[in-house]
Design a protein around this ligand. Structure first.
Ligand code: FES
Length: 150
């Protein structure tokens, strides 16, 4: 009898932990679905990418990323580059894109909802957006950058 009640308690605890973890992982899912892509290597000394030669410079790569909303390629300093999907995370199906905020260094703003994101980590710091910008992988050899996902 004692054995059975111990087993029942263990089972209930296991279920509680399972559902708690399951709901955690759901909360951490990004609203922008994963898409697989690869962009041809970008030569950072090419005239169209001169913004990448200084800290916090941003270049928008059109027709890439989720729903072809574009990708923001950012020099975040210390010879490190980051790539974010330009889709605003507030209403991802609205077709609105974030673009470099001309009034604030190292940030991008959504033209629809006004959500502003800092670009070192893609964190929203004003407006209704709650999720970070979706980040993609960047590999650099110093001269060339490759952006890809998956
Ligand atoms: S995209 Fe719809 S609100 Fe920013």
């Amino acid at each position: 009898m004692m054995q059975n009640s111990k087993l029942t308690i263990f089972y209930l605890l296991t279920m509680v932990v399972f559902f708690a973890c399951h709901s955690c992982s759901k909360k951490n899912e990004h609203p922008i679905p994963d898409i697989a892509f690869y962009i041809e290597p970008i030569y950072i000394y090419d005239p169209e990418y001169t913004e990448l030669l200084h800290d916090y410079g941003v270049v928008v790569i059109s027709n890439e990323g989720y729903l072809n909303n574009g990708i923001l390629l950012v020099n975040v300093g210390n010879h490190e580059f980051k790539a974010y999907d330009a889709t605003c995370t507030f209403e991802i199906e609205a077709g609105c894109q974030v673009s470099p905020n001309e009034n604030q260094i190292n940030s991008a703003i959504c033209s629809c909802c006004g959500s502003n994101y800092e670009l070192s980590f893609g964190t929203p710091n004003s407006g209704p957006a709650k999720y970070l910008l979706k980040e993609y992988r960047v590999v650099s050899d110093g001269d060339y950058l490759i952006i890809y996902n998956k």
